[in-house]
Design a binder for this molecule. Structure first.
Ligand code: FES
Length: 156
C-alpha cells in the first residue's frame, strides 16, 4: 500500500470535509446546491474543496443554530471572497448583524408568548379581539391584560 501524505494546501475531498467538519456528505451537497459552498472538480470529476471550506462551514452551522435562514446565510457569504476562509473581521461583521436579527426575533417571540398567555384561558380566537389572530390590533399592544377578558366577554 502506497501512502500519500497530503500537503497542507491540497484540496479536500468531500469525504475529508465531512470527516473534519462533522457534516454529512449529503448536507455538503445540499449546501453546494444552495450556493453556500463551492468546489472545483478533479481530473476524475470528483469534488475538491479549498481548505477554507471548513471555516466557512463552521460559520454556516453557527448561523443555522441561531435560526438564520439559509437564503440569508447565502447572501452574507456571497460577499466574501470565493475559496477563502472567512476572516475574524468577516465573522465579526456577519455575527453582529445576525445578533441584531436574533434580538428582534427574541422580542417578537417574547411578545407572542405573552399574548399566548392571555389567550390560553380564553379560546375566542376572535379576529376582532384576539392579538394572535389579529396582530395589528391596537389592543394587542397593551398586552394580554383586562382587554383580553373583555374580548372573551364579547365572544360569548
Ligand atoms: S383566544 Fe386570543 S384573545 Fe381570545
Amino acid at each position: 500500500m502506497v501512502s500519500i501524505k497530503l500537503r497542507s494546501r491540497d484540496p479536500l475531498t468531500v469525504g475529508e470535509v465531512a470527516a473534519r467538519s462533522g457534516i454529512a456528505v449529503s448536507a455538503l451537497h445540499f449546501y453546494e446546491s444552495k450556493g453556500l459552498i463551492s468546489s472545483t472538480r478533479s481530473e476524475g470529476n470528483q469534488r475538491r474543496y479549498a481548505r477554507g471550506i471548513l471555516r466557512r462551514l463552521a460559520v454556516i452551522r453557527v448561523a443555522q443554530r441561531m435560526g438564520v435562514p439559509l437564503a440569508v446565510i447565502a447572501q452574507a457569504l456571497e460577499q466574501l471572497p470565493k475559496g477563502k476562509a472567512p476572516t475574524v473581521a468577516d465573522w465579526r461583521r456577519l455575527s453582529a448583524a445576525w445578533r441584531d436579527d436574533l434580538d428582534a426575533r427574541i422580542r417578537t417571540l417574547t411578545m407572542l408568548r405573552d399574548q399566548l398567555d392571555g389567550c390560553i384561558g380564553c379560546g375566542c380566537l376572535s379576529l376582532r379581539a384576539c392579538p394572535l389572530r389579529n396582530p395589528e390590533d391596537i389592543m394587542a399592544t397593551q398586552g394580554p391584560g383586562a382587554h383580553v377578558g373583555e374580548a372573551s366577554a364579547k365572544c360569548r
